[in-house]
Design a protein around this ligand. Structure first.
Ligand SMILES: [Zn+2]
Length: 96
């Protein structure tokens, strides 16, 4: 009976493959109110998709951090270049 209810809910709310698509869509942009409500309902009832949702979100956050770190690397390189230049100038001054 529980299994039947589960199946019925999946059919009424949305099937898992649709849910995963909507999860990806949510990570890329915005969902319509209906989509986000259906996704919430699906995640509440489904045993598999919340796990997928967590993983997808983690990957998304991880990728976001990684791209930010890349920007940081650019900044660090510039800073390093400046201190390197200063160091050379200092060395030139002390030697002269
Ligand atoms: Zn599902």
């Amino acid at each position: 009976m529980k299994r039947l209810l589960h199946k019925l809910i999946h059919l009424i709310i949305m099937p898992c493959d649709k849910a995963t698509l909507i999860i990806e869509k949510q990570l890329c942009g915005k969902l319509t109110t209906t989509e986000s409500l259906r996704l919430k309902a699906h995640l509440h009832w489904c045993k598999v998709c919340p796990d997928y949702y967590k993983k997808a979100k983690t990957i998304d956050v991880w990728l976001g951090k990684l791209s930010k770190r890349w920007d940081m690397q650019e900044l660090i390189k510039e800073e390093e270049l400046e201190t390197f230049k200063k160091r050379i100038k200092k060395q030139v001054h002390t030697h002269s």
